[in-house]
Design a protein. Sequence first.
Length: 260
Amino acid sequence: MSTSKFAVAGATGRLGRHVVDVLAERGHQVVPMSRATGVDIITGTGLAEALAGVDVIIDVASWHASDREAATEFFRTATRNLHETGRQAGVGRAVAVSIIGADKATAGFVAAQQVHEEAHLSCPLPARILRAAQFHEFVGQLLDWQQGDVAYIPTLPTQLVACRTVAETLVALAEDPDAPAQAAPGTPIPEIAGPRTETMADAAKLLGARRGIQVVEVDGSGMPDAEIAAAGAFLPRPHATLAGPTFQEWLDTQACPAST
Ligand SMILES: NC(=O)c1ccc[n+]([C@@H]2O[C@H](COP(=O)([O-])OP(=O)(O)OC[C@H]3O[C@@H](n4cnc5c(N)ncnc54)[C@H](OP(=O)(O)O)[C@@H]3O)[C@@H](O)[C@H]2O)c1
């Protein structure tokens, strides 16, 4: 296997840490990019230096809140900066993660991923997208957002996947210079999801039991796109790759269950 130099935007995040690990295990050179490592993909601070000599950018950076407009602005600016600075640095291509169902979403953070995808696919560097299901690691984040010993979690269907599994799939896509172009109509964007459908509330109950938090099921009304989510809009399409571990199997490997 030939090795390359990869710059990872969002390298310190939930997913980014696993992307860095997988790249290193596969013998690649890695440039971690986040504000914590001195690279700001919005202001451009440190970006040109970070991208010098890089072959492929992997974009797993994220906005921290659910507001659609703010998240859209983050993804639009970050993607433009990554591509423009990348082109000047001689980077060959880019790969980014998005969310399964982004194309169907009409509100909130998931809908902001539409601009993220479009920006990558229309920017100067050849780019590929991987859509992922909600992460196993996201369930802990949902519990963290609630206060006290009771958490109200929607019964919306999901097909949770481990960040490590997403990272392995993303790196494989990033390593492949011949991955099919996705801008053409009819070319499906690849998807990665976990092995089985469950509800977010069921997964949260498993984690809540370990944390001493009582999980109460709610119907999700009031959440962005609850109706289409209930109808399965955020479940993988038939062409998706499904891969373990299940949420329960993943939980059993976590010494101290945490959101990160
Ligand atoms: N959560 C899910 O279940 C899920 C499911 C499917 C897809 N996704 C997508 O996966 C991606 C990664 O999500 P995540 O949960 O891993 O995100 P995360 O844990 O919130 O990590 C975000 C990363 O972005 C970096 N970042 C933020 N602002 C930056 C800036 N201005 N310059 C440089 N780096 C910046 C952060 O580092 P610093 O703070 O140090 O800058 C951090 O490394 C997102 O696009 C998300 O939508 C998430």
